[in-house]
Design a protein. Structure first.
Ligand code: UDP
Ligand code: MG
Length: 139
């Protein structure tokens, strides 16, 4: 069973100083942090990161939002990491997210939803290698 995923605390949550609470929830849920950094993405990096959504109507808005301030990139490890982390995040739209999930607690809207999580083992690997060099990761 694959055991890594990529997380990212989005600019709204960083600006509102929710990062500590969110990281505490991630650690309390049993994830190990193998990499963590505060970074300001460029427009080009954001377009590349979200390339899978390039034909969606919200693509440019998403690129604007994710570059509107620093994000905290997280390389995470746990058994069943992708699935367990998505459960901890909650649904994309905070209004639909289950009680106690990060998006329910800290998200503002379907677009401005506090946190990212990989949707598959394949994308977890791609996203971690996009955001981190080997030297920035422990294991
Ligand atoms: N998003 C949006 N409008 C939508 C759907 C998604 O602005 O109708 C944004 C939102 O920030 C979301 C991101 O695009 O987290 C990626 O969308 P995806 O469908 O992959 O949702 P996620 O995997 O983040 O739950
Ligand atoms: Mg997604």
């Amino acid at each position: 069973m694959a055991n890594i995923t990529f997380g990212m605390i989005k600019p709204d949550a960083v600006k509102k100083n929710y990062s500590g609470k969110i990281i505490d929830m991630i650690l309390s849920a049993g994830f190990k942090i193998n990499g963590m950094k505060l970074i300001q993405l460029t427009k080009e990096q954001a377009k590349q990161f979200y390339l899978v959504h390039k034909d969606r109507p919200f693509y440019m808005e998403l690129v604007e939002y994710i570059t509107s301030g620093p994000v905290i990139a997280l390389a995470l490890e746990k058994d069943n990491a992708v699935q367990d982390y998505r459960i901890l995040l909650g649904a994309t739209d905070p209004l639909e997210a289950a009680d106690g999930t990060i998006r329910k607690l800290f998200g503002e809207s379907k677009a401005v939803n506090a946190i990212h999580g990989s949707d598959s083992d394949e994308n977890a690997k791609i996203e971690i290698s996009f955001m981190f060099s080997n030297l920035e990761l422990v294991s």
